[in-house]
Write a protein that binds this ligand. Structure first.
Ligand SMILES: [Zn+2]
Ligand SMILES: [Zn+2]
Length: 302
């Protein structure tokens, strides 16, 4: 049995959930026929030739660039805001625009030399950000393609609270594109989206982290564990709490269902990385269930 099979086996999906998801897909198809798809950054309507972002936003989107923290992936240098124009940025972001039109492999952009985004791989970057220097993390390593600011922040808020689950297509793709150097090294066998409490998921209709993980999983051909890990504690909203309180608030929040075993290398997926307390707590839970290396991929970093 290959490691991937092992991961797939541990995914442990129930028939009921599968049917529910199939129903969801049909609903999605009907809805997209009635309601046109929207650009995740400006919420404008997308044309057929714009699979992820509208043309205007594709030229302005800003990935985190330059040297990053070798632990959490936070930028170590000043970042430009969304929409700021410089020659270097235009060259680099054209890669994203052309890439999405051609459906190209974004690795080419990274290796093409001129004007490409520069990501220092962890071993090339010997530095930790101030937060990671101060607080040790339970996960091995992590990254995020965007800062939780401006249009990205608003987009993620609409994804979470504004019934825009479709934005996950963009964020999942961005994780696959931007995260490629890390993902290639980690070689993860299973994706675990940070679960939300069932009552919250019922209210929203979906879990935004799972929506993003499903897109990423398809992109990198890794199964997604959606049922085997759950949130058993309905925690207070983290943003109201300080670092230490966040950690205490989360203790015992997650549980791996009996009979679900984690493969060796697992990737946690979430929408926002703030202090890392959530990822750490979930990582600890996954280690207890057999994972040996737990990594993190979050759509944005606060
Ligand atoms: Zn747009
Ligand atoms: Zn860091």
């Amino acid at each position: 049995m290959t490691r991937q099979d092992e991961g797939r086996k541990t995914a442990g999906k129930t028939a009921e959930k599968t049917a529910e998801r199939a129903g969801g897909r049909i609903r999605e198809r009907i809805l997209s026929a009635v309601y046109p798809r929207r650009c995740p950054l400006c919420d404008g309507i997308l044309s057929g030739g714009e699979p992820f972002l509208c043309r205007k936003c594709a030229g302005k989107v800003r990935f985190i660039r330059g040297p990053v923290c070798m632990k959490c992936g936070a930028p170590l240098a000043e970042q430009q805001e969304y929409g700021a124009e410089s020659r270097e940025d235009q060259a680099s972001d054209r890669g994203f625009r052309e890439g999405q039109e051609r459906g190209a492999d974004f690795r080419k952009e990274k290796n093409s030399g001129q004007g490409c985004r520069e990501i220092l791989l962890p071993e090339e970057s010997a530095e930790f950000c101030p937060k990671c220097k101060a607080v040790p993390h339970a996960f091995v390593q992590g990254f995020a393609p965007f800062l939780y600011r401006g249009e990205i922040r608003q987009s993620l808020m609409r994804l979470k609270y504004g019934n825009r689950a479709e934005y996950a297509r963009f964020f999942g793709k961005a994780l696959a594109v931007y995260g490629q150097p890390w993902l290639e090294q980690w070689n993860v066998q299973l994706l675990v989206p940070v679960p939300v409490h069932p009552s919250r998921e019922r209210r929203r209709g979906y879990n935004q982290a799972a929506e993003i993980a499903r897109v990423l999983g398809k992109e990198i051909h890794v199964p997604v564990e959606e049922d085997g890990v759950c949130r058993v504690k309905n925690t207070k909203p983290q943003k109201e709490l300080t670092g230490r309180m966040r950690r205490r608030n989360l203790q015992g929040a997650f549980q791996v269902r009996a009979g679900t075993r984690m493969p060796a290398r697992v990737l946690i997926v979430d929408d926002i990385f703030t202090t890392g307390a959530t990822v750490d707590e979930l990582a600890r839970t996954l280690y207890e269930s057999g994972a040996q290396e737990v990594y993190a991929a979050c759509a944005s970093m606060d």
